[in-house]
Design a protein around this ligand. Structure first.
Ligand code: J2J
Length: 545
């Protein structure tokens, strides 16, 4: 009964034909792909996570047992399963097991809480929830129960790790079940998983990625990033993010027989020993972490000399910082400008330093169509800044089940409106100049201003709220909430922050700063004018806060 195909706008036939003819889409599903890599690289080490070490054959065997568990539990092919696992030993076997069973993972971050998970489960009609028992001091069983109470589609809860919860199934019990010996059929053109958007609306949107488009994106990325069977990729960022998943990420690494190391944290004191112990050659970081790594590099005794390529993306990396990567870390910097909706740009490893330091690279595919348009929709003169639109063999044509957002975010001829303001240089590389949308890019984590405003507005003392991005030397941007209180009401910034945190959302969405203000400037039509709020923030009065 849960079979219903996702009502998703996929590529028109002529595009699909072109992408197949060009060899981008191999018509292989993730289940087939797991069989391929297990056959090609069987005895090589695939995964290192804590004390766990799995060869490619082991990885497939584990995935097959987990898949068997899901099939035995009665989940039909095509059903969605929400996965909220940290970078643990369970992550890859579980996700690959879901693929093998023909199920569709929905990826959430460990930082997400009841409100977000409820929204994602209801939005995807997920039938199961997979979480860690504990992570970073947080106990997930009560969260699981709260979500189940609010989500009629949920039939099963799984926890990875020690738990006293009798109503929740240990994830390990699936591994013991009899294996699934062949991938349950999914068409390679079907949706493989749902990813969360960086979102500018009140709630994150779901991004449907197909087997064909995603496998193409990470296989092509592996080649661009110089991965091979003799390389080692460190998963430092949260594994649910598109960047460590596919740019080139652990999937790109596995596609060429490399070794994947999972780090439970991106901090230098966790990652540096892993780099030294396992000879890590490749990893990916957001700019604030790259800065932290460069600060720590000289001060620890760890040998980082195995590092060959550091990918940095998710937010703008300044040229000043970019120039320090090679001298300080001794590896090649690769700037990565990507998005979970698809389009990913890389500087190439053999680009001149000036390109690597000053640009965000160029698209993966010769068939990535890029438009840079002025606000009126006409192309800007080459070399000047404009809004970036993208279409291609791995860029989605629509969000999952979001007609209104789709009208805003996609053009009638299928271009995704990235919201990024970029400039195309004469050498063909892009430079990110800014963005046109209202989100805060906090250390690479995208926060919707509207979503946080809605939570502030839920407080009885709050009359109006506007959340804006403020430049921050460590985070790149931090969030600042301007709040207008109802006449006669009072509330302190810490109390209001605690209220927002208590709404059941990821901690990184709590405003970093709250400024009370008597009223907002509005535009002629009475709409909130965020531009003037941003300008106000830069004024002396506010910068002293
Ligand atoms: C400036 N802004 C950037 C960059 C992303 C690889 C790398 C990153 C992401 C990612 C990803 C930027 N300079 N180098 O999915 O596969 C901002 C842009 C973009 C948005 C997408 C990948 N790299 N950005 O960050 O979906 O604003 O994906 O539109 O989280 O991050 O965010 P997200």
């Amino acid at each position: 009964a849960a079979q219903a195909a996702d009502p998703v706008q996929l590529w028109p036939d002529d595009f699909a034909q072109r992408y197949r003819a060009a060899g981008y889409w191999r018509d292989v599903s993730f289940g087939d792909w797991l069989d391929e890599i297990a056959t090609r690289f069987g005895p090589n080490t695939a995964l290192v996570a804590g004390d766990t070490r799995l060869t490619y054959s082991d990885l497939r065997a584990q995935a097959q047992r987990i898949a068997g568990g899901f099939v035995a539990a009665g989940f039909e092919a095509g059903s969605r399963v929400l996965v909220q696992l940290p970078n643990s030993a369970a992550f890859l076997p579980t996700v690959l097991g879901l693929f093998y069973a023909g199920l569709v993972p929905v990826f959430a971050l460990p930082a997400h809480r009841a409100r977000e998970i409820t929204h994602l489960v209801n939005g995807s009609q997920a039938c199961a929830l997979i979480q860690p028992a504990q992570f970073e001091g947080f106990d997930y069983a009560p969260l699981a129960r709260a979500v189940q109470a609010a989500c009629p589609s949920l039939r099963a809860l799984y926890l990875d790790g020690e738990t006293q919860a009798p109503d929740i199934t240990p994830l390990a019990s699936l591994i013991a079940a009899s294996p699934c010996t062949a991938p349950r059929h999914r068409a390679p053109s079907d949706v493989a998983f749902l990813q969360i958007s960086g979102g500018t609306t009140g709630f994150p949107k779901l991004i449907p990625r197909t087997h064909n488009d995603y496998i193409y994106s990470f296989e092509a990325s592996a080649a661009i990033c110089g991965l091979g069977a003799d390389k080692t990729y460190l998963t430092a960022l949260p594994a649910a993010h598109n960047f460590p998943m596919s740019s080139p990420g652990y999937f790109g690494a596995l596609s060429v027989g490399a070794k994947v190391v999972m780090s439970p944290s991106p901090a230098p004191d966790t990652c540096f020993p892993l780099i030294a112990a396992h000879g890590v050659t490749h990893t990916g970081l957001v700019p604030p972490l790259a800065l932290l790594w460069m600060q720590a590099a000289g001060k620890t005794g760890h040998d980082l000399s195995s590092l060959e390529v550091l990918g940095v993306g998710g937010a703008k990396f300044t040229a000043e910082s970019a120039a320090r990567v090679k001298p300080v870390l001794g590896c090649t910097l690769q700037q990565v400008f990507g998005m979970a909706e698809g389009l990913v740009n890389y500087t190439r490893l053999d680009d001149p330093d000036a390109v690597i330091i000053h640009s965000q690279g160029r698209p993966i595919s010769p068939d990535d169509d890029i438009l840079i348009l002025a606000e009126d929709g006409t192309p800007v003169p080459r070399g000047t800044a404009g809004l970036l639109y993208a279409r291609g063999p791995y860029t989605i044509r629509a969000y999952h089940n979001a007609p209104e957002a789709n009208r805003r975010s996609f053009t009638p001829d299928g271009f995704y409106c990235t919201g990024d303001i970029v400039r195309l240089r004469a050498d063909g590389n892009l430079e990110v100049q800014g963005r046109a949308t209202d989100h805060i890019n906090r250390a690479g984590e995208k926060i919707s201003a509207e979503e946080v405003e809605d939570h502030l507005l839920a407080h009885p003392a709050v009359f109006d709220a506007a959340v804006v991005a403020v430049p921050d030397p460590y985070l790149g941007e931090r969030s600042c909430a301007f709040v207008v209180l109802h006449a006669g009401e009072t509330v302190t910034p810490p109390a209001l922050k605690a209220f927002v945190r208590g709404r059941g959302i990821a901690g990184f969405k709590t405003p970093d700063q709250i400024i009370f203000t008597p009223a907002f400037a509005t535009t002629a039509v009475g709409k909130l004018d965020r531009k003037s709020l941003r300008a106000a923030l830069k004024s002396e009065h506010f910068s002293k806060e």
